[in-house]
Design a binder for this molecule. Structure first.
Ligand code: ADP
Ligand code: MG
Length: 380
């Protein structure tokens, strides 16, 4: 993408001065088609990498510092590289970079003094995974061409988010940022850590719609959901909800607190929906694909309780627009985006109608992103 390279070079020059050998690394955001809140339960997910991406431009420094600048936030931070192994989080965006640097050092990779500028087109906090795009692009920039096994890169970035930033996310976001494929979604088995490409049938379009809100509730609720799933698994005597069938769950219903039962029911049925979606996809059964998205949304809304008025409104409204096959909230929830499946050709009408309805109802504009499966991370 020539535009991004020019923009990054210009910004780098402005912030850090001339660099003779500037290298730029890219890692994509993603939209998850189906399989929500299943990754940390070692289940199935079906995301696709997006053109929206984070770019990290880097050049060496002659002192002992790692200096980072976010073009999006207009702010810099720096640390001596010798102290990265003992770094502590500060509750700041730079934690994502510092966490990645620390994990690299801990894994035995030297982090060399460098200037690093990041710029992302992934809207932050919108469920399109700006955080993993940031982590993976930064890891590649800090390695700057030194080899790393792709799965190690995934796991290292996830540790940065889990252990350093303190967000107990599953493996999906980092995985698809690394392994995403142009032209296909990928179905990830979050236990075996294997994936397969899933091409979408011809004649459909995928659009994400951003509510442009993020409710505070989301911060505490994500770890709470993770804990409730662990509790359900422990009560059912399994390692993870991946091992639970609907029959097992129904049999144990009376012994589970209702809320724990419903959380588990979402995860168990959502894993089934991923498999059903793949089958419908292979058969070109667009109507079933759409219905499964809507069923996923209802499960996330009623059983998992991670939706919000804005997301529910967008899904409801979308279903009334001609050519819409289905839609659901995507990402962690409590705001962020919906993902919508449309018959190709229905995009313009959808754009117009959903924008107007959202503005009328909430007095603010939503943002719409056409989603086409893009490649995973690499050098620009
Ligand atoms: P999501 O991954 O869905 O976008 P998260 O809450 O997981 O939402 O991550 C968003 C956070 O990632 C931001 O609040 C910010 O701290 C960090 N972040 C993302 N992109 C950038 C960027 N370009 N520059 C600095 N920080 C960023
Ligand atoms: Mg994230």
């Amino acid at each position: 993408m020539v535009g991004a390279a020019a923009l990054l070079s210009e910004a780098f020059l402005r912030v850090f001065g001339p660099a003779s050998n500037l290298r730029i690394w890219r890692a994509p955001g993603r939209v998850n088609l189906i399989g929500e809140h299943t990754d940390y339960n070692l289940g199935f997910v079906l995301p696709m990498a997006l053109e929206l991406a984070c770019y990290a431009a880097t050049a060496p420094r002659s002192d002992d510092r790692l200096r980072v600048f976010s073009e999006n936030y207009g702010e810099a931070r720096e640390w001596p590289v010798g102290r990265l192994a003992a770094a502590r989080p500060a509750g700041h965006w730079s934690d994502y970079l510092l966490g990645v640097a620390r994990e690299l050092v801990r894994a035995g990779y030297e982090v060399r003094p460098a200037n690093l500028l990041v710029w992302s087109t992934v809207p932050p906090g919108s469920g399109l995974s700006s955080s993993a795009a940031l982590e993976v692009s930064v890891a590649l920039a800090l390695l700057d061409g030194r080899p790393i096994a792709p799965l190690e890169l995934v796991q290292l970035c996830r540790r940065a988010e889990n252990d350093f930033v303190g967000a107990p996310c599953g493996i999906m976001d980092q995985y698809v940022a690394v392994f995403g494929q142009k032209g296909a979604a990928i179905r990830i088995d979050c236990r075996s850590l294997e994936h397969q490409p899933i091409e979408l049938p011809a004649g459909i379009a995928v659009l994400a719609v951003n509510t442009m809100v993020k409710h505070e509730l989301g911060h505490s609720s994500y770890p709470e959901r993770v804990a409730q799933c662990r509790q359900a698994a422990a009560r059912l005597g399994v390692e993870s909800l991946r091992d639970v069938t609907l029959e097992m769950l129904e049999k144990a219903r009376a012994e589970l607190p209702d809320v724990v039962y419903r959380r588990a029911r979402h995860v168990v049925t959502e894993n089934l929906r991923v498999e059903q979606f793949m089958k419908a996809c292979a058969e070109g059964d667009l109507a079933t694909m759409g219905r499964l998205l809507v069923a996923s949304h209802k499960s996330l809304r009623d059983d998992y309780e991670v939706s919000c008025d804005e997301l529910d409104f967008l899904v409801e409204t979308a279903l009334g627009i001609e050519g819409v096959l289905g839609g659901r909230m995507t990402g962690g929830g409590f705001g962020g985006c919906t993902v919508n499946l449309l018959e190709a050709g229905a995009e313009d009408c959808f754009h117009r109608e959903i924008s107007e309805a959202y503005r009328r109802r909430f007095g603010r504009d939503c943002q719409i992103y056409p989603c086409v499966p893009a490649a995973g991370a690499g050098q620009l």
